[in-house]
Write a protein that binds this ligand. Structure first.
Ligand code: SF4
Length: 477
């Protein structure tokens, strides 16, 4: 659509930004498109702001002047970011549970601007946030077209689907926006609005990384996951051809050869994955990539194609060794599937990272220790232990929300908790987490394995060791 010059001049200037807390020096893994989690402390890697670049691309396509600020990687303090934001008409922050209080304070100094929150946390708690007056508008769910229509109709939001706002002292919540039907129609993320060299992840230490979404949503029903809030258990996929075009652009325009396919579950749909991998191979792009998988969706032939196409690592959510817990959290996977997926992936010389959770409903001290033992038995390259967190927007949150105060849910961060959902007290969950980390990473077999890894990639040894040190400090602090 071509806008008239007059209309273009009249559009407000828009700043999309990640939140920042006073004194904050870490990045929160929150994204308005990747909706699985509403934010935990991640200090070992800085994820590119993919969701904001997706929104920015759509705004820009419609001639709306848009800028992205990612305060921590760009070296801004809370005050510096505030100063920067003052020169825009509309400020849109992707809200995270773990620094919501900072974001509220940030917006309290910008009352003369149009203040908008988006993301899972804002979607899940729209009424609460608006009632408190922390912002003016909330963009709920998949954000691209809701943001576009909001900016175009800032003073007349009645017909904009997917927004909640205050009007005359009352809260208005418009109907949900239907999901984007054809993801191939979206412009590629506006990566030129960010400093792409600043982003890196633990899997590719010291190398710039780009995140790519080949699909949105997930049909599974894990109770600790908020992805359904946006995508309603539907899964929308891009064509392999469209994905490969984006990857080519990343390689050629930005010189980035490391990709994180950040789909909720990349490995669903063998035929499509195989086609994508074959196209990647045909293009000879020489990329290395990682993805998130589910143990019950991978096959040996699929993993083989992935390996050939440059896959270096698959991250699986294992969560627990207890079938009671797995049933209660609706994870719906078996120990046999875990073993098969991990063994097959490792046999193909693809690295394996596994996520485990302690403290879900049904967990006991015995099942937590069994989970810790399972981690050592599966013996992945990296094991991540977390405390189960009832993030707003998850079915877990709905089951427990009556039991904690309003502000409590904004203090969760996956390494600490003041709230237990099982018979093991909160302070013991924290001790079990540290115990599991020590038992896992202080094994001679693990050090041998790490040594081999360092020898295979000596140039990156300092980065890898520094990441290990930093992560250890986070867990133990
Ligand atoms: S498999 Fe479970 S945790 Fe993973 S995205 Fe789907 S619902 Fe969420």
């Amino acid at each position: 659509m071509v806008e008239s010059e007059e209309a273009m001049k009249n559009y407000p200037t828009v700043l999309l930004m990640n939140p920042i807390e006073e004194g904050q020096d870490y990045v929160v893994d929150v994204d308005p498109v990747i909706s699985r989690h509403t934010g935990g402390k991640t200090k070992i890697g800085i994820f590119p702001p993919l969701g904001m670049t997706c929104v920015a691309a759509v705004l820009r396509k419609h001639d709306i002047p848009v800028t992205i600020l990612d305060p921590i990687p760009q070296g801004y303090s809370f005050e510096g970011a505030l100063e920067y934001a003052r020169s825009f008409d509309v400020i849109i922050i992707t809200l995270a549970a773990s620094n919501a209080q900072g974001a509220y304070r940030f917006f309290s100094s910008l009352k003369d601007k149009v203040r908008i929150f988006m993301g899972t946390h804002a979607t899940a708690l729209a009424d609460y946030i608006l009632e408190k007056g922390y912002c003016d508008i909330i963009i709920r769910g998949e954000p691209e077209y809701t943001t576009l229509e909001t900016i175009k109709n800032l003073h007349n939001l009645e017909s904009v689907l997917g927004v909640s706002y205050r009007k005359g002292g009352k809260m208005v919540s418009n109907e949900d926006r239907p999901l984007i039907e054809n993801l191939d129609d979206l412009p590629f993320p506006a990566r030129d609005l960010t400093d792409n060299m600043k982003y890196h992840i633990v899997s590719f230490p010291g190398k710039p990384v780009a995140m790519v979404l080949t699909s949105r949503g997930c049909p599974f029903e894990c109770t600790f996951c908020a992805t359904h809030l946006f995508y309603k258990r539907k899964r929308n996929v891009r064509s392999p051809e469209n994905v490969v075009k984006e990857v080519e652009k990343i390689v050629h325009d930005y010189g980035i050869a490391h990709i994180f396919f950040i789909d909720d579950t990349f490995t669903i749909g063998e035929k499509r994955i195989v086609k994508l991998c074959q196209l990647l191979q045909e293009k000879k792009l020489k990329i290395e990539w990682i993805c998130l998988g589910r143990v019950d969706t991978v096959t040996e032939s699929m993993l083989r194609e992935m390996k050939e196409a440059g896959c270096k690592e698959v991250i699986y959510g294992i969560e627990s060794a207890s079938t009671t817990v797995l049933t209660m959290i609706k994870k719906d996977i078996t120990i046999e599937q875990m073993e098969m997926a991990v063994t097959t992936t490792k046999n193909l010389k693809i690295r394996v990272s596994l996520f485990f959770m302690f403290g879900n409903p049904g967990d006991t001290l015995q099942s937590i220790r069994e989970t810790s033992r399972l981690a050592r038995r599966l013996n992945p390259n990296f094991a991540s232990f977390n405390i189960a967190t009832p993030d707003p927007g998850t079915p877990l949150f709905e089951s427990f929300k009556e039991r904690f105060a309003e502000e409590t849910f904004e203090t969760f961060d996956r390494l600490n908790t003041s709230f237990s959902m099982c018979e093991v007290p909160a302070d013991q969950l924290r001790r079990e987490l540290i115990r599991a980390y020590l038992l896992y990473y202080c094994r001679p077999t693990y050090w041998l394995h790490l040594l081999k890894y360092l020898i295979s990639d000596p140039l990156n040894a300092p980065s890898i060791l520094s990441l290990f040190y930093r992560h250890a400090m986070i867990v133990l602090s």
